[in-house]
Ligand binder design. Structure first.
Ligand code: IMP
Ligand code: MG
Length: 187
């Protein structure tokens, strides 16, 4: 069930504005390709890229995880590849949340193999206390404690991505797993 709203839509807006300002400074002299990791990053990705003060190439990649028990390399399989050539480009990988870091390590390896000129990571949320793999996060929106969150792209079993804010979620409790957005979103 949705427990409580932990980041409001207006807080998300402020965080994304700050990230865009930092990115705008970083983008000077770059040949940028913004790569969103599907599906979780989509809401963040569109909000962020619209605030950039110059044209950037956008693309998407989708991977599926074999689960955290698998060893570091080969934990993910490529579901949807990039469609643009990133060789020699300045790539910014945009992630919704970095938890253990296992997914991102593999995504970065996939992308690095295409020889970008530079490779940076933008993450809306990070749970540092859960990290198993060191991953360099160049731009981070907010660090959060070890709680499971949904909304603004983040899902539980593919539900709740379309909530406009971030909620703490517990799979237990009355209300079950149903996507009762209307019961909750105006609280
Ligand atoms: P990692 O490989 O453990 O860093 O996890 C990365 C992926 O796990 C993210 O891209 C999310 O899809 C998912 N994930 C991790 N924590 C959460 C959460 O709190 N809510 C929803 N999805 C999460
Ligand atoms: Mg997910």
């Amino acid at each position: 069930m949705l427990k409580s709203k932990v980041i409001t839509a207006s807080q998300l807006g402020q965080v994304i504005q700050r990230l865009a300002q930092d990115l705008n400074r970083d983008l000077v002299d770059k040949d940028p390709v913004f790569v969103g990791v599907l599906k979780g990053s989509v809401y963040f990705f569109t909000a962020l890229t619209q605030l950039l003060s110059r044209s950037v190439v956008v693309d998407f990649i989708q991977v599926s995880s074999y689960g955290a028990s698998t060893s570091s390399s080969g934990t993910v399989t490529l579901v949807k590849d990039l469609t643009v050539d990133i060789a020699g480009k300045d790539v910014y990988v945009v992630e919704d949340i970095v938890d253990t870091g296992l997914t991102l390590v593999d995504v970065l390896a996939l992308i690095a193999a295409r020889h970008p000129r530079s490779l940076k990571v933008v993450a809306l949320l990070s749970k540092p206390s859960r990290r198993q793999k060191e991953v360099p996060l160049d731009f981070v929106g907010l660090e959060i404690p070890d709680v499971f969150v949904v909304g603004f792209g983040l899902d539980f079993a593919e539900q709740f991505r379309n909530l406009p804010e971030i909620w703490e979620f517990s799979p237990q409790g009355e209300g079950g797993h149903e996507a009762r957005l209307e019961d909750h979103r105006h609280k």
